[in-house]
Design a protein around this ligand. Structure first.
Ligand code: UDP
Length: 280
């Protein structure tokens, strides 16, 4: 018996693999039987699922603040290509293009209040990306870690799982829903909760460098790093809470330049310039 063909079909809102098996009958088999028979077996297949984290600044384009519609549309197109290739996509977008709690605190605001404003900024970005994705035909849901029930769903893990099984991109807004955290930690938490194979962190440089490449011409890029090296070298690509959470759950982090056209697709296919963080 050998597999002749594998067809992926959608059945009851989930994907199954239809295996067409060729069964070779013995030469003494009943003459009325066909020498070869095709048997169909339904076997559920596991789709790839990734979490893509992008900083709010990546939505600014060349502006100094806010959301640039053309940049947002270009990002949505990149996500669509990944989605169209059959990969389940979770998205987390920061809020630094609008408001960062730490900046508010530096100007005299109470830190927790400033952080809640930062979380609201991430919801605005999530809605902008939702709009850009749905404009090009990608079904989405926004789930927020703080309740804003008039505009999006609250975060409910099992509901998010179901959305993804139904072929929707889920955008997780408001980080972990508490002040004193970042959207990197929110992304790490959701990646673990949703069982993502990897966390792709889109930045404005093409990986993790020994120093800031925009300031230090001698800065070198790492191809690979362990979670512990990132923490020990204090490389600040993500906050320590996020790195620790990824280390505990052994989820690789791939850092790449989201501003480069097609780079997202390349790194997801194991190509393109990036830094991979994995291993103790
Ligand atoms: N924030 C928060 N808790 C969270 C996630 C975000 O308080 O779980 C606030 C915090 O003030 C942060 C702001 O939201 O500065 C925007 O998020 P972040 O700085 O992570 O955005 P990014 O740098 O990725 O654009």
């Amino acid at each position: 018996m050998q597999i002749e063909e594998v067809i992926i079909v959608r059945q009851n809102d989930s994907f199954v693999a239809l295996l067409i098996l060729e069964v070779h009958m013995s030469e003494n088999a009943n003459a009325s039987s066909a020498p070869n028979q095709s048997v169909e077996i339904n076997a559920p297949i596991k789709k790839r699922r990734i979490l893509l984290k992008m900083s709010g600044e990546a939505l600014m384009g060349d502006s100094a603040f806010g959301i640039d519609p053309a940049t947002c549309a270009a990002f949505a197109k990149e996500v669509k290509e990944v989605y169209d290739s059959g990969i389940e996509v979770c998205l987390v977008i920061g809020g630094g293009n609008i408001f960062r709690g730490i900046s508010g605190a530096a100007q005299g605001m109470e830190r927790a209040t400033a952080d809640y404003m930062g979380m609201l900024a991430t919801i605005m970005n999530a809605l902008a990306v939702q709009n850009a994705l749905e404009t090009i035909g990608v079904p989405t849901r926004v789930q927020s870690a703080i309740q804003v029930s008039s505009i999006c769903e609250p975060y409910i893990r099992r509901r998010a799982q179901r959305h993804m099984e139904k072929g929707r991109v889920v955008i997780f807004a408001a980080g972990v829903g508490s002040p004193f955290f970042t959207t990197d930690t929110g992304a790490a938490l959701r990646a673990a909760e949703m069982g993502c194979e990897a966390l792709y962190k889109g930045t404005s440089v093409d990986g993790v460098y020994s120093a800031d490449p925009k300031k230090d011409p001698n800065a070198t890029r790492y191809d690979n790093l362990s979670y512990t090296e990132v923490l020990q070298k204090n490389l600040r690509i993500m906050d320590a809470t996020a790195i620790s959470l990824m280390r505990e759950n052994a989820i690789p982090i791939i850092v790449f330049n989201i501003r480069e056209k097609d780079r997202l697709k390349q790194v997801i296919n194991g190509q393109g310039i990036c830094t991979t963080i994995c291993g103790k």
